[in-house]
Ligand binder design. Structure first.
Ligand SMILES: C[S@@+](CC[C@H](N)C(=O)[O-])C[C@H]1O[C@@H](n2cnc3c(N)ncnc32)[C@H](O)[C@@H]1O
Length: 448
């Protein structure tokens, strides 16, 4: 044990001591190199952030490029004719089975199909209409008629929100519709394709064709300056932005950055180093400045309690893991640099059930034989698992304000919908309202 007591390595033995010489020889691989890989790499090391990014977005085996299928209910649910929430749940279950049976018929049975849904899809078109009402009201109050209504949507899934927003504006405010331009920034070629297909599938949707521009690239590769006032939508995208894994030295409170090592057999090992890469280092600086040092930590605040906890038998000398949203910070940098006059509207989960251990830790799950199976680590076979993180809206809001210099408001999903949706559209006969009772763990952040 003596030789294993270095200050930066967990005594719980994440990286096996007897193989450290072999591991030292493995080269570091960067995100840009990973993107070019057609097969999952072996005998390499990388940042935890890059490992998660590669698992989700590698063009050849990434979750969003290959596996993800977003559920669509088909015809919108008729909430007003349903008895109550229970009937909505059973109808949703029935449509899920129907949707997947049709896919099985078309593509063959696939026990590892990754199917999930979002509020945009469940509550279409009402969810999109609420967002459209927010956009049109705010546009009319501020930059109309001097500027066009320019909308950017990052990560548009099946393109449903885009169609619902444009349908709504066309029917209620033709003047604004005439001045509307809608841009989608989508990382996944498969989803960008699907969005184009949906846009051109009916005469009604084809009517929007000249207003829409679908750009198939990651927001992190964005390089066009948008000088005009615009709205920037991001619905359930932050949760899939990669994070860095951090553990703290329990004596000095210094952060250590997580790395992943993949051996010759494709097995994963986690290790931590004192040197922070420039992105993680900047995150700590910006978070500290933005919050005045007030943010949660994955270890006891009291130094005596910390000292005692390191004296327990088999106690690790590093804290529990914390997952820091480094990619989200980089997204705010993109907004600040290329969209100086934007107003952000974003919705995401502020907490997630069945997350892995740690502060701000992700849910890592895969769907097998039509059931979601959560696992206990993000170090899993790349591409087969959704890895989604909760958003700490307090810290996120402070960092967004610090980076962009703009003011914001955060509210719950329910409060946003009560304000902007026609909630009677989604009310059941018993008075229960799935639009308000679902997604209690989601919040909305808007630029004011
Ligand atoms: C969970 S889905 C949400 C889809 C849609 N907004 C909805 O609510 O139904 C996340 C979407 O973001 C896209 N995405 C993730 N990272 C991205 C990035 N860096 N740049 C652009 N799109 C991204 C995914 O491909 C996917 O379309």
């Amino acid at each position: 044990m003596k030789t294993n007591e270095s200050r930066w390595q967990q005594r719980t033995q994440i990286l096996p001591e007897d193989r450290s010489a072999e591991f030292k020889q493995y080269p570091y691989i960067t995100m840009d190199e990973l993107k070019l890989r057609k097969e999952r790499p072996r005998r390499v090391k990388m940042l935890m952030r890059d490992f998660i990014d590669d698992s989700l977005y590698n063009p050849h085996y990434g979750y969003f490029s290959k596996e993800a299928v977003i559920f669509s209910p088909g015809e919108p649910f008729e909430f007003n004719s349903m008895r109550d929430e229970i009937e909505f749940q059973s109808e949703l279950g029935r449509r899920y089975i129907e949707f997947e049976d049709l896919l099985d018929d078309a593509e063959g049975v696939n026990p590892t199909r990754q199917l999930w849904h979002t509020p945009t899809e469940l509550f279409r078109p009402y969810y999109g209409e609420a967002i459209a009402r927010y956009l049109v009201s705010n546009y009319r109050l501020t930059t109309y008629p001097y500027h066009d209504l320019i909308i950017y949507e990052m990560g548009a899934g099946r393109g449903t929100l885009m169609l619902n927003i444009l349908d709504y504006i066309r029917s209620v405010d033709p003047q604004v519709y005439a001045r509307t331009k809608y841009n989608i920034i989508e990382i996944s070629p498969a989803l960008a394709d699907l969005q184009t297909r949906h846009l051109t599938s009916t005469a009604e949707s084809r009517g929007h064709f000249n207003k829409v521009n679908i750009i198939n690239k990651s927001v992190f590769a964005w390089d066009q300056y948008e000088p005009s006032p615009c709205f920037f939508l991001a619905m359930e995208v932050f949760d899939n932005f990669s994070h860095d894994g951090i553990r703290y030295d329990m004596t000095t409170e210094a952060p250590l950055q997580g790395h992943v090592l993949i051996d010759a057999d494709g097995d994963f090992y986690e290790f931590y180093t004192h040197e922070l890469d420039p992105v993680a280092a900047r995150f700590f600086r910006v978070r500290h400045a933005a919050t005045g040092g007030q943010y949660p930590k994955p270890y006891a605040a009291n130094s005596f309690v910390r000292y005692l906890s390191t004296k327990m038998p088999f106690a690790p000398n590093l804290s529990d893991a914390e997952y820091i949203p480094t990619r989200l910070m980089q997204f705010f940098d993109v907004l600040e640099k290329y969209f100086p006059a934007h107003r952000l509207l974003t919705s995401d989960f502020h907490s997630l059930p069945e997350a892995v251990k740690g502060l701000n830790a992700p849910v890592v799950q895969t769907r097998y034989k039509r059931r979601m199976v959560p696992v206990s680590t993000p170090l899993v076979h790349q591409g087969y698992f959704d890895i989604l993180f909760p958003t700490d809206f307090g810290i996120t809001e402070a960092m967004y304000r610090a980076i962009t210099g703009k003011l914001t408001r955060v509210m719950t999903h329910g409060d946003f919908m009560r304000r902007w949706a026609y909630v009677e559209d989604t009310e059941t006969r018993s008075g229960e309202n799935p639009l308000l009772s679902h997604y209690k763990n989601a919040s909305v952040l808007v630029t004011v």
